[in-house]
Design a protein around this ligand. Structure first.
Ligand code: HEM
Length: 431
């Protein structure tokens, strides 16, 4: 345990899994999420990621079914179609069918693929309108993230710099377009069946909940879902789901390019399980054990979210220390995942075999692996992220062998998330 100063705020850093267990399991009601700075809230939306208390619980209950396994299985054909379109574009860039190879900056490409899937999960049948809105949000996030890099300059976000002005304009446009879309879906909602393609899209679930709550006039609730809540939750899901999942895909591809023996082992499994099928089915995906282990090892070595922060709601004893109310606690996921006392001497090596007996037995403590967080506030999109990643990597393995480009430079860096610094150029060869 030690203190790290984040600007003027001291944060107690805790990497002992026994104390981490106290925070997320034993004494979880004594902790809450800390307040993100206003600029971060602008980027992440005022939704599930930042809400607290009853309002958070109410939203989580409504949104959860979007990410249930059964619902995700219905999205599989759409995900596979997006993948096939992209892979088709790569193949067409290859000079000839047999010796063809192509260099791709995978991080940008995975980002687009993931954005497509999150757009479907959020908007379902209103996909086209949703896509245009999320394209604006992707741009807005780039401009706002640049302002975030200057977060230590007081008042920077209020200065009318060119980038800030673009970001403000985009923010207004996103809000206006989302409100328009919500209004249209609201009008249709009572008669419209949910789309077959994505029966539980987030927008529909939230609109139905808000209509039901406003119809129940006998007990108007302060928690009732408003239009503004729906806007903020759409923004949050896009923020929380896109870069995280595309980072997982990027790091996994980089690691498999660095470790051809694991790439071969994973390919052998995919080809054996899928047989002649070009696209893995939902049952195929559940049988891809080696690929599951590889994704876990990738999340251990390069967890997209590098830390979690909590705030003590009251004075208390924790890990042998007396903690004062409002103390901020930082749980450094990246450091815990690289602790040799928990993961043995090969902690910095890529060794998916450590997950062979399941996540709970991979380290010396079951709380040592937490890429999706822990406890009640663990990631709501975990299933979607893993489902997408398995499908995308399996489809790549079926079609290509790949290696690092000579232009690749291994230089992970943290800007909100853990990124490869150079966009991860990878050379793909057709099998
Ligand atoms: C929460 C990581 C994908 C939506 C979290 C948290 C982590 C995390 C560490 C906990 C934050 C905390 O406790 O303070 C990841 C990683 C992902 C991923 C590593 C991919 C590899 C997704 C996806 C979505 C999503 C695909 C949605 C489509 C959310 C939301 C929360 C969350 C809404 C807040 C949950 C709550 O507080 O109730 N994620 N995430 N995430 N994630 Fe993810």
């Amino acid at each position: 345990m030690f203190i790290v100063w984040f600007g003027a705020t001291p944060r107690l850093t805790i990497s002992d899994p026994a104390v981490i267990r106290e925070i997320f399991v034993v004494k979880s009601e004594l902790f809450e999420k800390n307040e993100s700075p206003p600029l971060v809230r602008k980027i992440e939306g005022d939704g599930l990621l930042s809400l607290k208390g009853e309002k958070w619980a109410h939203h989580r209950k409504i949104i959860q079914p979007t990410f249930h396994t059964e619902n995700l299985k219905l999205m599989l054909p759409m995900m596979a179609k997006s993948m096939e379109e992209a892979v088709g574009k790569w193949t067409s860039k290859m000079p000839n069918a047999s010796a063809g190879k192509v260099e791709i900056e995978v991080s940008d490409w995975f980002q687009k693929l993931v954005e497509e899937v999150i757009t479907r999960a959020t908007f379902g049948s209103s996909y086209q309108d949703g896509k245009a809105i999320f394209e604006l949000q992707a741009q807005q996030m780039v401009h706002a993230t640049e302002a975030y890099q200057k977060i230590f300059i007081p008042g920077y976000r209020f200065l009318p710099t060119k980038k800030n002005r673009i970001s403000w304009r985009l923010e207004k446009e996103i809000r206006k377009s989302l409100l328009k879309l919500i209004d249209r879906r609201r009008k249709n909602s009572s008669c419209q069946m949910l789309s077959d393609e994505c029966p539980n899209d987030l927008l529909e679930l939230m609109i139905k909940a808000s209509l039901k709550e406003s119809a129940d006039e006998s007990s108007p609730s302060p928690l009732a879902i408003t239009e503004n809540d729906i806007v903020e939750e759409c923004k949050t899901i896009f923020f929380a789901g896109t870069h995280t999942t595309s980072n997982l895909l990027t790091w996994t591809t980089v690691l498999l390019a660095m470790h051809p023996q694991w790439q071969e082992q994973a390919r052998e499994e995919v080809l054996r399980v899928c047989g002649a099928r070009d696209t893995p089915t939902k049952d195929d995906l559940s049988k891809l054990k080696t690929l599951g282990m590889i994704l876990n090892e990738s999340l251990r070595l390069y967890p997209p979210a590098v830390a979690i922060i909590r705030r003590a709601k009251t004075d208390m004893q924790l890990g042998g220390l007396h903690i004062l109310r409002d103390t901020e606690l930082l749980i450094p996921i990246l450091a815990v995942h690289h602790d040799p006392a928990l993961w043995c001497h090969d902690v910095h090596e890529f060794n998916p075999a450590r997950f062979a007996k399941g996540v709970a037995h991979a380290a010396k403590h079951p709380m040592a692996f937490m890429p999706f967080g822990l406890g009640a506030r663990r990631c709501i999109g975990q299933n979607l992220a893993i489902f997408q990643a398995k499908l995308a990597v399996a489809m790549l393995l079926q079609r290509f062998s790949f290696e690092l480009s000579p232009n690749y430079e291994h230089a992970p860096s943290v800007l909100m998330l853990l990124h490869p610094q150079q966009g991860a150029p990878i050379v793909f060869r057709k099998l």
